[in-house]
Design a protein around this ligand. Structure first.
Ligand code: CMC
Length: 436
């Protein structure tokens, strides 16, 4: 693997438009496809490009995460996801994503101390929660509360001040578990549990979710390790929809809390972070292995909008490397909790087997993604399905913050402003209501 570098000009692409040839620079990254720099296309030719869904468009340069979807590879700052999930911990991975390098001892201790001492939220936020209905979806609460942080922490909203950016980044990473746990506690009508500085990041989160004042709470280290691994697997994923949303929102200069709230809103959708909740609901709906062929048939039917949730990915056309780690973590959690014959797991394993040997899924390269096994694991740990995407948001906050910082420090960054292919009416004169 080569070292990070600023883009290197690799050559020239000649594009012929209306019979006339135009040269555009080709830029090469350290690994992965090169890109044709068409930023001057409109100025040179008067044409835009058209790429709905950005299937062929690199929106930025980044040194953070690399995915090779054909090979099923995911690297954070060059390190393979399976090595990090096995050997690192979430806070170390967070440091890596933010700074570009693994921390030394002193750097790790300083980072851990700073995050730990930012986990409490402004006391008035407690009142803010009571404005929500108890049955509100945790993601609705997360969008609102994280957006509201900009009303509580004015002293870290100046994006041009590197120190304020550092404080905002650490506040977001530190407070997200507290806010997610509060969203859960609020939904079940239990009192909020304050963070405990003696606990590590993930154990603290589990305690804030599951402790009650009436009984002592002991963190299960196996479940805490599994949760930590789930956080690592979700920490970043290159320029996905929610990360691109954060970048686009912040390209206007908006404050970091507002931008991360925008990312949370995007993540909520079932085609993105909401898929883990949808996948578990689907497994429950299928119920028993004998009904799988009926659902596979529905998924293949062009006239039926049903899709196998937890299958397919825009980038991975191979087994999602996160799904492999997730499957193993799932078995560890079920083993620890003594869940031997979980009907959902049985349906999941059978569905995976059937789908992986079905011509339709093979041809379209539809493999299980991370959400396929994460839902079963989180349910076994005691989380309701509505919390699944909130946990994803908690972990992804690190990636969003890293990408946000990278974007702001990039001197070539400008406000994101896509163009369009207009297909509406041409000029026509207004007709007053009485004459219509
Ligand atoms: N079940 C059945 N058919 C599918 C599925 C599926 N899950 N996913 C894609 N296809 C088919 C689709 O109908 C299309 O067929 P055709 O070429 O005949 O029109 C073909 O495969 C390509 O699909 P696409 O929608 O053009 O692909 P995309 O890259 O736009 O969508 C996706 C990717 C993840 C939105 C899609 O695979 C999907 O909806 N999967 C289910 C939801 C899901 O599990 N999402 C979690 C993604 S991983 C977590 C994350 O990163 O957020």
């Amino acid at each position: 693997m080569s070292k990070p570098q600023d883009n290197a000009a690799e050559g020239v692409a000649n594009i012929t438009i209306a019979g006339e040839g135009h040269d555009f620079p080709v830029m090469q990254g350290t690994v992965g496809p090169s890109v044709v720099d068409i930023s001057k296309l409109y100025g040179q030719t008067g044409y835009f490009t058209y790429d709905p869904g950005f299937t062929s468009t690199a929106s930025c340069q980044s040194k953070i995460t690399y995915i090779d979807g054909d090979q099923g590879v995911l690297l954070y700052r060059g390190y393979p996801i399976d090595q990090l999930a096995e050997q690192s911990n979430f806070l170390e991975v967070a440091y890596l994503l933010l700074s570009g390098e693994l921390p030394g001892r002193a750097e790790y201790d300083e980072f851990e101390h700073a995050i730990t001492h930012h986990t409490m939220v402004h006391e008035q936020l407690h009142d803010f929660f009571s404005g929500f209905r108890r049955d509100a979806h945790p993601m609705a609460v997360m969008c609102g509360v994280v957006g509201a942080l900009s009303a509580f922490y004015h002293d870290s909203t100046d994006i041009n001040d590197p120190y304020q950016r550092l404080v905002a980044s650490r506040r977001l990473i530190a407070k997200m578990p507290t806010i997610a746990a509060m969203a859960y506690k609020y939904s079940v009508g239990q009192p909020f549990v304050y963070p405990e500085n003696e606990l590590d990041y993930t154990s603290n989160f589990l305690k804030m979710c599951f402790a009650v004042p009436a009984a002592p709470y002991k963190v299960n280290p196996i479940l805490s390790r599994a949760m930590d691994r789930i956080f690592i697997l979700h920490a970043d994923h290159e320029q996905n929809a929610s990360t691109s949303t954060v970048r686009l929102a912040s390209s206007s200069g908006a404050n970091p809390f507002a931008c991360i709230a925008a990312g949370i809103a995007c993540l909520w959708g079932p085609a993105h972070g909401g898929a883990n909740e949808a996948a578990l609901n689907m497994l429950a709906e299928i119920g028993t292995a004998d009904r799988i062929p009926e659902y596979v048939r529905k998924a293949k039917d062009k006239n039926d909008p049903f899709r196998l949730m937890g299958f397919g990915h825009r980038v991975y056309k191979n087994y999602d490397p996160r799904a492999k780690v997730m499957q193993q973590t799932c078995h560890e959690v079920l083993g620890e909790l003594g869940i031997k014959d979980d009907p959902l797991l049985e349906v999941a394993m059978e569905l995976e087997k059937i789908a992986l040997s079905d011509e339709y899924f093979i041809e379209k390269k539809l493999y299980p993604n991370i959400d396929f096994y994460s839902g079963i694991t989180l349910k076994a740990m005691g989380f309701p399905t509505t919390m699944f995407t909130a946990l994803f948001a908690l972990a992804r906050t690190v990636g969003w913050v890293a990408q946000w910082n990278e974007m702001i420090e990039d001197p070539s960054q400008r406000i994101g402003r896509p163009r369009q292919l207009y297909t509406g009416h041409t000029h026509r004169d207004y007709v007053p209501l009485v004459k219509r």
